[in-house]
Design a protein around this ligand. Sequence first.
Ligand SMILES: Cc1cc2nc3c(=O)[nH]c(=O)nc-3n(C[C@H](O)[C@H](O)[C@H](O)COP(=O)(O)OP(=O)(O)OC[C@H]3O[C@@H](n4cnc5c(N)ncnc54)[C@H](O)[C@@H]3O)c2cc1C
Length: 508
Amino acid sequence: MSVGGNFVDNVVIVGGGTAGWMTAAALSHKFGTSGAQITLIESEEIGTVGVGEATLPHIRFFNAAMGIDEAELMARTQATFKLGIEFAGWGKPGESYIHPFGDYGEPHDGIAFHHLWTQQRLAGNHKRLCEYSLPVMMAEANRYTMPDPDPAALLSTFGYAFQFDASLYAAYLSQLSQGRGVKRVEGKITHANRNGENGRIDSVVLENGTVIDGDLFIDCSGFRGLLIEQTLATGYEDWSHYLPCNRAFAVQCEPSDPIGPYTRATARKAGWQWRIPLQHRIGNGHVYCSDYISDDEARSILLDNLEGAPITEPRQLFFKTGRRNKLWNGNVVAIGLAGGFLEPLESTSIHLIQQGITALVEMFPTDASMDADAEEYNAMMQLEFDRIRDFLVLHYVANQREGEKFWDDMRAMEWPASLKEKVTAFVQSGIIPRYDVGAFLPPSWLAVFVGQNILPQGYDPRLDRFDANQIAREVENLRSRIAGTVDGLPVHMDFVRGHCPGNISPAL
Ligand SMILES: Cc1cc2nc3c(=O)[nH]c(=O)nc-3n(C[C@H](O)[C@H](O)[C@H](O)COP(=O)(O)OP(=O)(O)OC[C@H]3O[C@@H](n4cnc5c(N)ncnc54)[C@H](O)[C@@H]3O)c2cc1C
């Protein structure tokens, strides 16, 4: 059987970073050896972007769908568990909060827990919302265990992701994909040949003269967007006015205790610093806006704030936040950095790669024109990007770092209209509109709202039908159950050493 009903016999993936190999793994798994020939071209000389170590829980479903053994993958990629992200200094300087992968509390008669918390808060109970979140309490206490599959169990109320070495992940997927028939070609593409009639890409040409034909091209060539932009000039929607950070320095350092089950994002003078602890080292980086700070100062801020001795030279990266006007143009689909970039504040890039691949598999070309598939794909992926953009912007506009030029300007910026509506609904009545599409569900929005002191002034009026003292007891009972449960859990790295100790053997 040919993939897509004979319309696509040759799929060419341009690029072998995380995006390229995730795409190759998924397509080869989905269509097997009886489908189209899948060829991936990568250039060792050009290399990959070499960062991107924190993930979202969705990646587990991607791996599981491909039959990957999770503990083995974690061992091979030196992975640790991730229960969320700590945001330090994003509200008031000195304050911090964790955006967890999981729920807050339990609903009461169908009323979301944060309404109960608001009722209690307005009545004078000032316990932190996060004390009702198991994953936050686990992260703060540096504890970890696997979720309980029984949905009634308290230990089922969290999700987890990984902090891993993304280059090892790509290498793992490369071996897996080649084992499933993907053809890997090493070489530098110099240009693409376009069809004289319809402008689509017929083939790409390597430096050594080899011509590789394709019906469908997946552009995973990174920021340069070799096909989608350099060849097709698709255009880029620039979001720098919302998210002006445009540079980063990245450096790895020696591990230091504790290696907690979470990523940290610390607000700095004109941007923020990430800390991603793996089993054998810590990944660090400083994302900043070059209009407010020099490269030298940005580099010094990073190096002055490491927890261990650096083990690599700081590397500088340049980017512009935004996305392509079309992620699928003609017979080219851009996945990964070739499609767009949103700063890694909420670890969303690999997630967007995954969404792009899932949508591609679902909408794989069913007719020669591909236009209907492309239209649907673009509408869906644009919404994914837009929703994440709004969520990231929220972190910036809701800062309370008064007197610092960058942060003052962030507070004063024009908010996206969609974000303004969401915040207004929450402040007035505690309502968090739920999107059908998008990486972040209401508990994530709640975490950032409350973590950055955007607090609801009202709660669901249905709550007044119940005895407030009874609710207070219920809420307190949950808080102490969470605290007691966390006390009994293993220390995160003890769990990791027992479950998936690091192993970098290259053999599958
Ligand atoms: C500062 C920073 C921090 C980040 N942190 C995170 C994070 O914590 N979590 C997360 O999910 N994401 C993060 N990301 C994003 C993440 O790094 C990328 O989404 C991910 O690595 C995918 O990159 P890619 O495969 O699209 O591109 P790349 O890694 O750049 O790969 C491009 C590929 O194309 C090939 N190529 C390019 N041109 C040619 C040519 N002419 N011929 C042949 N081959 C070619 C290259 O050799 C390479 O194989 C971060 C990004 C940045 C910039």
